[in-house]
Design a protein. Structure first.
Ligand SMILES: Cc1cc2nc3c(=O)[nH]c(=O)nc-3n(C[C@H](O)[C@H](O)[C@H](O)COP(=O)(O)O)c2cc1C
Ligand code: SF4
Ligand code: FES
Lengths: 431, 220
């Protein structure tokens, strides 16, 4: 049986967990002292050895990414933390930064030192005021304590950390769109290559990592790469925060080794709400193909979820019970992608627009069986042909829902409407 | 309209402080637009001209950016800007019903303000709080686990000038303009207020403690 492993979430129940004093009481800012005494290359090696893979969705090996930064090139290097958290269902970085912002700040210092950056940025979405306050305060405290600024802890190493607040655009979570946004432009993705490690922020070598990836770094330096690698599965090492939402008894954040299953997590979360039956769920946000009851025992690691036809993504487990209409759910996600498409490329801009139109018709029971063919065709035309992964993500709910719930789509136009009562799936529905 | 010399001088001081945070001035554009909203309540023409002046851009270049982002409003919003999350998870958990009832109750639609200027309404996409669904935001503070009743009571209280506290946040709401100033990077001193985490955020930790589960010991 897998058990929970509170690490990043360990101090969240302490009243002052977000302050420097609270963080240091639990051993915070020890790892940075260790790191500043190390050779930066050894830090990169330790993160490689730990097996840490990006926690922002794609799972790229973090140490390898850092290793791509050219050294001794005479250019400034930058670290940019992706704190844009906007993938539907994803809700781990925001509580992490609210309750434990210093873990992120400490991770920023260690990472910047390792990649030889003297200026780092945290790009946080704008719609989370109190989280922004906590980050501002944590950064100010870190400057006061000499963890940021010139000659950090007498090491001769200098680092500036700037908090940058976004302004509402899901696409700015895509790493190159984020860079354009941070440079003061519309957030639209850039052509790759060149990759950010070569030409990123201001065309200089740049590492972009997710909040949780960076916040995990102090624990690796503090406890050792083997410690981290002792958790998780062979190729998906370590721990991660699993976010359960929707029709479960106790939705919330559950920090566990990668490879835990939804069956195990559901047991921990008190089971399905009101004893209802699980109908469908996302393993890692709305851009990951949906799963059903038959996937309850899929180990939630990068390989196993991929082999079962989806993606681990951000471990955003949105749980829907039998009262939920899958067509309505998919329509709403599709409206989201159409709204957030940046418009740069035709397959995504036009495709998401048409998907939205056809799905709206289907949901009202005014569609035909031909429309089902149309939406899967449009999805096929977006997938692999769009400029960035937003377009690909938009096809996930469509293709997977038609695969598992074709009959439910058919039912809508058989009866000329939606067979479900939306009131039955609300928070206040009777048991 | 333009800013009075005193206002302009104050804003220029703020703008210079923002620009100094970045290796290249243009990076300051997003926070500068938040600064404009903190002064005017929305992104005004003269506010955009101000940004252009500060950064050596044309006003058209500024507008091209400001219209890309949903948090920049092109007309006055309410003193309290109320968002209802209608992305799938929240919608299913009741966000759709909350939005519909609230819109009818207030007599306004998406990105519209009530005639008293107190409250405006917005359909929000996922605000990274799904474990607290259905979620509402007022001036970008979290209001968790809402119902149609609690939502209507909330906006009634706001319009009546009563003090209202977010579920996770400071003990009292600030105005849209005050919130925008924090977004521009000027702290308001309220970071220490409120709990470290909401109830749902602590579920896993609580269970781990109850069952005696811990992360492994350090390997060195
Ligand atoms: C549309 C879109 C939105 C994304 N949003 C986020 C986000 O909010 N946070 C994040 O860390 N990564 C996001 N990503 C992934 C980033 O592009 C990038 O892979 C990630 O920040 C790298 O960090 P990691 O290696 O630590 O995971 C998004 C990708 C796409 C295509
Ligand atoms: S796939 Fe969509 S979001 Fe990405 S570049 Fe194309 S239009 Fe923009
Ligand atoms: S879906 Fe509403 S906060 Fe995520």
């Amino acid at each position: 049986m897998t058990t929970l492993t509170p690490i990043l979430t360990k101090n969240w129940d302490e009243a002052d967990s977000f302050t420097r004093a609270g963080y240091e009481r639990g051993g915070g800012y020890q790892a940075v002292r260790t790191a500043l005494g190390m050779n930066p290359d050894d830090i990169i090696q330790a993160v490689k050895d730990s097996g840490l893979r990006g926690r922002g969705g794609a799972g790229f090996p973090t140490g390898m990414k850092w290793g791509f930064i050219p050294q001794g090139d005479g250019k400034p290097h930058y670290l940019v933390v992706n704190a844009d958290e906007s993938e539907p269902g994803t809700c781990k970085d925001i509580p992490l930064m609210m309750a434990n912002p210093h873990a992120l700040v400490e991770g920023v210092i260690i990472t910047s030192f390792a990649i030889r950056a003297n200026h780092a940025f945290i790009y946080v979405r704008g719609e989370v005021l109190h989280v922004i306050r906590r980050l501002q305060a944590a950064i100010a405290e870190a400057y006061e304590a000499g963890y940021l600024g010139a000659n950090i802890l007498g090491s001769g190493y200098d680092l500036e950390l700037t908090l940058h607040t976004g302004a509402g655009a899901y696409i700015c979570g895509e790493e190159t769109a984020l860079l354009d946004s941070l440079e003061g432009y519309r957030g639209q993705p850039r052509l790759k290559p060149p990759f950010p490690a070569v030409a990123g922020l201001y065309a200089a070598p740049t590492v972009i990592n997710n909040v949780e990836s960076i916040a995990s770094v102090p624990s690796i330096i503090g406890n050792g790469a083997e410690w981290f690698a002792s958790m998780g599965t062979e190729k998906s090492k370590g721990f991660g925060i699993f976010s359960l939402s929707g029709h479960v008894t106790r939705p919330g954040q559950y920090e566990a080794p990668l490879g835990i299953t939804l069956r195990e997590l559901l047991e921990m979360a008190g089971g399905m709400r009101n004893g209802k039956r699980l109908k469908f769920w996302t393993p890692g946000g709305s851009s990951t193909p949906i799963f059903t009851e038959e996937h309850l025992d899929v180990p939630l690691d990068f390989e196993s979820v991929g082999a079962a036809g989806s993606m681990l993504g951000t471990r955003a487990l949105q749980i829907f019970d039998e009262s939920t209409c899958v067509v309505r759910a998919v329509l709403r996600w599709t409206e989201f992608y159409a709204h957030e498409s940046c418009g740069k490329c035709t397959p995504c801009r036009e495709g998401t627009y048409w998907l939205k139109q056809v799905l709206a018709r289907l949901e009202k029971g005014q569609g035909t069986e031909e429309d089902l063919g149309t939406i899967t065709d449009i999805a096929d035309n977006i997938l692999g042909r769009s400029f960035c992964a937003l377009g690909d993500g938009a096809t996930s709910p469509i293709t997977s829902s038609v695969q598992y719930f074709r009959d439910e789509y058919l039912k809508h136009f058989e009866i000329g409407g939606c067979p479900f009562d939306p009131a039955a799936s609300t928070l206040w529905a009777d048991a | 309209m333009t800013y009075t010399p005193e206002v302009r001088e104050r804003l220029e001081r703020d703008a210079k402080e923002i620009i100094a945070r970045y290796p290249k001035p243009r990076s300051a554009l997003l926070p500068l637009l938040h600064l404009v909203q903190s002064e005017d309540g929305y992104v005004t023409d003269h506010g955009q001209q101000f940004c252009a002046d500060m950064l050596g851009l044309t006003k058209a270049e500024v507008t091209a950016v400001s219209t890309f982002y949903t948090m920049y409003k092109r007309r006055p919003m309410g003193e309290y800007h109320v968002g209802v999350c209608i992305n799938t998870l929240c919608a299913v958990m009741g966000g759709d019903q909350i939005y519909a009832e609230l819109s009818e109750h207030l007599g306004v639609g998406h990105d519209e303000a009530t005639s008293d200027g107190k409250v405006s309404l917005e359909r929000l996409e996922c605000n990274a709080a799904c474990d607290f669904a259905p979620v509402m935001m007022v001036n970008w503070e979290f209001f968790d686990n809402m119902t149609p009743e609690s939502a209507k009571r909330l906006v009634d209280d706001l319009r009546a000038g009563k003090e209202v506290a977010p579920t996770r946040g400071p003990s009292k709401l600030c105005t849209f303009k005050q919130a925008s100033r924090v977004l521009a990077g000027f702290p308001d001193g309220l970071a220490g207020e409120g709990a470290s985490a909401g109830e749902a955020s602590l579920e896993g930790l609580k269970l781990a403690k109850a069952r005696g589960w811990e992360a492994p010991e350090a390997s060195k």
